[in-house]
Design a protein around this ligand. Sequence first.
Ligand SMILES: Cc1cc2nc3c(=O)[nH]c(=O)nc-3n(C[C@H](O)[C@H](O)[C@H](O)COP(=O)(O)O)c2cc1C
Length: 190
Amino acid sequence: MEFRELVKARRSCRAFESSQIPENQIAAILEAGQWAPSPLNLQPWEYIIITDKEVQIQIIKAAEEAKQSVIDSDGPGWVSKYSMEFLAGAPVYLVVAFDPSKGGLGTFFNQPHGALQAVSACVQNMMLAAADLGLGSLWFTFFAPQKVKSILNIPENLEIAGCIPLGKPSEEIKAPPRKEPKVHRERYTT
Ligand SMILES: Cc1cc2nc3c(=O)[nH]c(=O)nc-3n(C[C@H](O)[C@H](O)[C@H](O)COP(=O)(O)O)c2cc1C
C-alpha cells in the first residue's frame, strides 16, 4: 500500500473475524517491529504471541476487572458502556513487553523514557504492517499490567507496552476525526 494511504488505513479495530492469521504474516509484522528506531539501537522490546483461547480468556478477565475498578472508583460514565466483547473475536494477541532500563543515555539528561519511546515506535510499525496485510489491530492497554505480567510469566524488570489483538476486521472502521496540527515556527508561541 502506498504510505499515505497506509497511515490512514491503520485504524483501531474493535471487531475481528476469528479466522487464524498465517504464521508468515505474524513474522512480517514482527519484522516491521524490529526495524523501529531505539536509543543506541538497544531494541528493548520482546513479544508474546498468544493464540491459546484459555490464556486469551485470562487477559479478557484482567481487562474486565480493570473496567470494573474504574466503574467502582466513579470513573468516567462512558466506561460502563465500553464493550470489550471484540477481544474474544481476535485470533491472535500480541503482547509487547520492554525493558525500561534499555533507554540509552537519556537518564543522564532527564530523558528517562527512551525505552518506552522506542517500543511505541515498534508497536506503530507493527500496526502499520498489519494494516498493509489487510489485518486489523488495536493498541489495547485497559488492564492492570501487574495482572497481565503474572498471567504471562513476564519477568518483574519488564513492562508491558500493550496487548495488540490482531485479526481480519469484521466490519469497516470509521476514522475518528483528526485535529489540525498545532505548529509553531522558530519559537513556541501562545
Ligand atoms: C497507548 C495507547 C493505548 C490505547 N489503549 C486503548 C484501549 O485500552 N482500548 C481501546 O479501545 N483503544 C485504545 N487505544 C486506541 C485509541 O483509542 C485510538 O488510537 C484513538 O481513538 C484513535 O483512533 P485510531 O487508532 O483509529 O486512529 C489506545 C491507543 C494508544 C496509542
